[in-house]
Design a protein. Structure first.
Length: 469
């Protein structure tokens, strides 16, 4: 009997041991292949005047132009003080950008390595009250930021140098937007640099030790081209042509240089009207309107210890699909109902400098770091490549598509920041001054407003708190 009881006891111990081993194996598998990450982030932001912005007004583009309630002559008659209605300050406190993500790594089949990422954050939910949309009212909604799979191959090894090919399929940062500045602002330097996450198929081919070739075919989803129907991915759908990118990177100890170009070809309209032979009747017809643009850029980065400096410059034709200040207009209307287009040309550049390292005691589990950050950006509008259509001869463009203020000539931004880190907690204080030179009286046939040029400035002060996990 005692032998039987002992046998049952040993059997139970073996079962328990097997279950524990399976739990440990499952836990080890999760730790090796899956990593959850994210942060809880809050912004407290003050603006000295009304601005063009998004995401609960946290994503700041530029201050709005003057909006005077009356002329000086009207003010003299009315006896009411003349005032700029856009010179009004605001304050907000929002947690819309809290984020969660999952990295998947460590899977391999023969010589192919597999991986992936899913990332989401909370976005501004909007309420409609009495038929009006209130951008600061509502409940934040979960949205997709990134979702992609990766495949990688080490194709050739030669000592320390090697050739490797990585393929990414899904939604992630546009190759021209992937290298962001160090500002803590939600706009990450936009519109002074490209900002876009988009569906794509991207290949990175590392050629030896220092050179990487990147090629990508991209589509549009959240960040879209503009046109007769506003900003929409429809223009790309009817073009049936993916956006193309080709770039080359040179990387060595502490230094990175990246250069490339983006080519976009879209169809702003697929339906138009043609005049019948009687010269009176208009007939709806299908058209094959198309505009093709090219935007080259260069990016430089250097890091050494507690110091880093980054800089990026892009000369964009149109570029509104990457959150740049750009667009295009109609330069000709043809008898068959089709239109011809010409893009704006904008130079957008930024530089960011970071310095700072560890402070205080570093022996505990909460190392401290104080960093100083300085961001500077400049945008210049050179107008359209060709002359825009002016059918009535009034010296102003007839059809011009520009998603933000099209009377902007140039703008600059300066933003000093202090960022203090204690373990996984961060607090940052940033002062952002953005100044835009606007023109009045409408745009001319090259898409520029050049009359009564004047500067308009916004001062933004924001405090950020962030807990990383």
């Amino acid at each position: 009997m005692s032998v039987f009881v002992l046998s049952l006891s040993l059997s139970a111990q073996e079962v328990a041991s097997t279950k524990q081993d399976k739990k440990e194996a499952a836990k080890s598998h999760l730790q090796q292949h899956y990593k959850v990450y994210g942060f809880v982030r809050n912004y407290f932001a003050y603006d000295s005047r009304e601005s063009i912005s998004g995401t609960g007004d946290l994503y700041n583009y530029q201050p709005k132009d003057e909006n005077w309630n009356q002329t000086e002559a009207e003010a003299a008659i009315s006896g009411i003080a003349r005032e700029d209605l856009n010179a009004m300050s605001t304050f907000r406190f929002l947690s819309l950008t809290t984020r969660v993500g999952l990295n998947i790594t460590g899977y391999k089949w023969h010589s192919t390595e597999f991986g992936g990422k899913i990332e989401a954050d909370f976005y501004a939910g909007l309420n409609s009250i009495n038929g009006q949309t209130h951008k600061l009212s509502g409940t934040a909604q979960l949205r997709l930021r990134q979702a992609y799979l990766t495949l990688g191959w080490d194709s050739l090894k030669m000592g320390k140098d090697f050739a490797r090919v990585d393929l990414l399929v899904g939604q992630t940062w546009h190759p021209m937007a992937a290298d962001l500045c160090d500002a803590i602002a939600l706009n990450s330097g936009a519109p002074f640099g490209p900002f876009s996450r988009t569906p794509q198929v991207k290949m990175d081919a590392r050629l030896g030790k220092y050179i990487t070739l990147t090629a990508a075919g991209l589509w549009q989803m959240q960040y879209n081209s503009t046109g007769p129907e506003g900003q929409s991915a429809e223009y790309m759908a009817y073009s049936k042509t993916p956006e193309g990118y080709l770039g080359l990177s040179f990387h060595t100890k502490g230094f990175l240089m990246r250069a490339g170009a983006d080519v976009l070809s879209i169809c702003p309209r697929h339906l138009g009207t043609a005049m019948a032979s009687d010269g009176v009747t208009e007939v709806k017809v299908s058209v094959k309107d198309r505009i093709t643009t090219a935007s080259p850029f260069i990016y430089l980065q250097y890091k050494n210890g507690d110091f880093s400096i980054k800089a990026k410059s892009i000369f964009a034709q149109a570029g509104e699909h990457m959150n740049l200040n750009g667009g295009y207009g109609v330069k000709a209307v043809n008898a068959d109902g089709s239109w011809e287009y010409t893009p704006t040309r904008n130079s957008s550049s930024w530089i960011s400098i970071v310095y700072g390292g560890k402070v205080g005691a570093q022996e505990d589990k909460h190392p401290q770091k104080l960093q100083g950050i300085l961001f500077a950006g400049y945008v210049h509008n050179f107008g359209t490549k060709d002359e825009l259509l002016d059918a009535d001869g009034d010296g102003k463009a007839d059809k011009f598509y520009f998603p933000r203020a099209n009377n902007m000539n140039n703008m600059w931004r300066l933003s000093p920041t202090l960022l203090y880190t204690v373990g996984k907690f961060q607090v940052g204080l940033e002062y952002e001054i953005t100044s835009v030179r606007y023109g009045k009286g409408g745009i001319n046939t090259h898409g520029l407003a050049q009359n009564d040029l004047h500067w308009v400035t916004n001062h933004r002060v924001q405090l950020m708190t962030k807990y990383n996990f």
